[in-house]
Design a protein around this ligand. Structure first.
Ligand code: Z5A
Length: 207
């Protein structure tokens, strides 16, 4: 049996992670691959509670360091309770956001020290890293326009364009530094063209 893969989806707000997650799930189902679908922050009862705190209005003014550590607290639980057990059982893991999001949002967006993020990453993840990361990339205005049609903005979505441009730039520089793992997908086109690109990457790398 081939090694179960850990695949993550990343990108700025509204680029289409949720929509394309459905497409990837159907590809894996068609291939008869057993997988778990999960998300960050979240994926466990504790993680989902932390997610509500991180995204909601109740702790709107939390410090940037608290935000960073809550992200990793949720991740520690997620890895122990969901990700590692699934991979050990031979199930693939399909995760909506993971540590690249911390580098992008807390490192790029909030401008926290990258060394602190690296330290937490090494502590909490150990050797675990995604096998493949699909980075959906589009200008911030495109994602905002799409997301804006949908719901009231959460604590992150209320940030300004400067924040999101730093998030996007950080994602793109990480992709440049790790081209074998992080595949950039132009998400500004229609859903069909985005899905064709995703399908060609997944078919080439995985099957
Ligand atoms: N966060 C963090 O700061 N640090 C961390 O370590 C982690 C996360 C893990 C929650 O993420 C927040 O947590 C996130 C970063 C922070 N905040 N932000 N921003 P989330 O993933 O739950 O939230 P999100 O990024 O806001 O996701 P989203 O709004 O759900 O967007 P999406 O899933 O990428 O988009 P979508 O729902 O698939 O699509 C949006 C709409 O566009 C929808 O109506 C689609 O039908 C439409 N769409 C999608 N693709 C297309 C194309 N190609 N053409 C036209 N229309 C499209």
């Amino acid at each position: 049996m081939t090694k179960p893969l850990f695949i993550t989806l990343e990108g700025t707000e509204g680029v289409g992670k949720t929509s394309n997650m459905e497409f990837i799930k159907s590809m894996l189902n068609d291939k008869g691959i057993d997988f778990v679908e999960t998300r960050e922050p979240g994926g466990t009862p504790l993680g989902e509670t932390l997610r509500a705190m991180l995204l909601g209005e109740d702790f709107k003014g939390m410090s940037d360091d608290s935000e960073l550590m809550l992200m990793f607290a949720a991740r520690a639980e997620h890895i122990e309770q969901v990700i590692k057990p699934a991979l050990e059982k031979g199930q693939w893991v399909l995760c909506d956001r993971f540590t690249d999001a911390t580098y992008a949002y807390q490192g790029g967006g909030r401008q926290l020290n990258i060394k602190r993020i690296e330290g937490l990453e090494n502590w909490v993840l150990g050797d675990l890293r995604p096998d493949l990361t699909l980075l959906l990339d589009a200008p911030i205005s495109v994602g905002r326009e799409r997301a804006g049609k949908r719901s009231t903005p959460d604590r992150f979505e209320q940030e300004r364009d400067g924040f999101f441009n730093r998030v996007r730039d950080t994602y793109l520089s990480r992709a440049k530094a790790e081209p074998n793992r992080i595949k950039v997908i132009d998400a500004s086109g229609d859903l069909n063209s985005v899905q064709q690109h995703i399908s060609s990457i997944i078919n080439k790398i995985i099957f």
